[in-house]
Design a binder for this molecule. Sequence first.
Ligand code: GDP
Ligand code: PGA
Ligand code: MN
Ligand code: MN
Length: 608
Amino acid sequence: MTAATVPGTDKAPTTNQGVAAWVQEIAELTAPDRVVWCDGSDEEWTRLTDQLVEQGTIVRLDPEKKPNSFYAASDAGDVARVEERTFICTETERGAGPTNNWVAPAEMKRTMTELYRGSMKGRTLYVVPFCMGPTDAEDPKLGVEITDSEYVVISMKIMTRMGAHILPLLDEAGDRWVKALHSIGAPLAEGQADVPWPHNEDKYISHFPETREIWSYGSGYGGNALLGKKCYALRIASAMAHDEGWLAEHMLILKLISPEEKAYYVAAAFPSACGKTNLAMLQPTVPGWRAETVGDDIAWMKFGEDGRLYATNPEFGFFGVAPGTNWKTNPNAMRTIEAGNALFTNVALTDDGDVWWEDLEGDPQHLTDWKGNDWTPDSGVKAAHPNSRYTVPIDQCPVVAPEWNDPNGVPISAILFGGRRKTTVPLVTEARSWQHGTFMGATMSSEKTAAAAGTVGEVRRDPMAMLPFLGYNVGDYFAHWVATGKGADADKLPKIFYVNWFRRGEDGRFLWPGFGENSRVLKWCIERLEGKAAAVDTPIGFVPTADQLDLDGVDAERSDVEASLAVDVEEWKAEIPLIEEWFATIGEDNLPTSIRDEFEALKQRLGA
Ligand code: GDP
Ligand code: PGA
Ligand code: MN
Ligand code: MN
């Protein structure tokens, strides 16, 4: 098939010849019925959502309950990121490092070109121009996603700045834009009926950091398919940041306002499904403090002229975990959703056109579960998939910070690392220095969650919560973090803390109530910056006693809070061989000596 036979290929609304040529090349390869250049308009949204309703991919929710909102159920084989099928394709194997799946770029392109050949037959090729981060940034981070999924187009509309307003930037961009190619890999033969969630068992989520390209195939789901998010804003951007001297991190950005009306910005890295979105929309329980949201998943951080580290949120929407979200745990997420324009995936559908998931208020007696089956409280299965999600625009959040879209970002005062650990890791620990904090981030660990396909609950090292999202060698990444601190004015660097909201008692209960109560921990962190709060100097860092936290009115037993703060030297000694194993995985050649030094110092303090 020649390009001229794919209608719409020639309708490029941009003068950027590189974009037009790439679309033509991909149209020739994938052989869609037509090419549509997306403009991000309301008309386009209506057309695509109507079409998806017609196809049976989405269901329109009752507009009285959830205006302009939709429910989607994916195929049961396409519900999470697929780390085993995610590849970093650098010229050398060392470039990708020991934590990534590596295939040489030429080989991966050969393999995937054959998969893409004819992969859009019977479908429409959509061209989605988008920008990650504020469009008025000095160097706006542009991309073009090609996809054959309408679900992806509407999701990109919620999650990124996309559409016609990006074109003037693209016209001027030369080759400074990321090629993001996506196909669900489900061509339709002449007359073949479609299925509600077309996808392919054979999945590839491939990245070419050196040429700033993304090739995704076979999945229609979230981080595998909305290529602006994990693929661009973390994997490709982390490589850009390494080259250009900034940081692309898996972090929320939160603004805290003290009773004295002083604003502090905090960034926090927790692995997927470990509390970022909830902390980002925190409703503090500690009197006098307020919080506002800047971002809930990704932070791009650069030094400003004043020597401070400034963060921007590259995204335009939230991709939040539904189960556990309710009016008590996260009222601001509930209000954001109620405002409408939301897309829910793999939650349950109520009989009256609304959505439900585990721990949401209400006591439904009958539902359609995420697999499309009848569900009652006696079914004995979860109605919503544990990784079911809502996508909704960030500007609907009632506590979004007015500066969320500021191209200069917000100055970060504290960085939190945290994971999900039943034992060992205290509620909060302050690092001794930036380098010690980098060591904490480099060795942090967490139990695996449903956000990725695989075994839930298994403890693994997840450095800076970036294990699945690093676009280059993890040892070089640690060196980049250390160098970032060395190059800066120590007084202006954020202080680093390590938190764990998920420590448990012997019967499995959470020792710390979490959610809004986390504001008590944040207050202590801020007071440490101001030199106003006390702490105990322990072998692992500075840890408060229960007396040193503001626990007035806390919804927890005193003894549980004490247990959540305990530093058990024996438990920490048991971590040492695990860290040793992790460093062996990284390889002594890759590991910076400063990180090894921090480890030796920890061992010494523990008497290990
Ligand atoms: P993210 O994927 O890192 O953004 O995590 P979320 O904020 O979406 O939370 C993931 C899951 O952890 C949800 O089921 C939340 O209800 C739950 N969660 C979030 N914060 C806390 C907390 O402070 N304590 C406890 N126990 N659970 C939490
Ligand atoms: P999360 O985002 O961090 O909010 O779970 C999705 C993901 O990381 O897969
Ligand atoms: Mn994430
Ligand atoms: Mn989240």
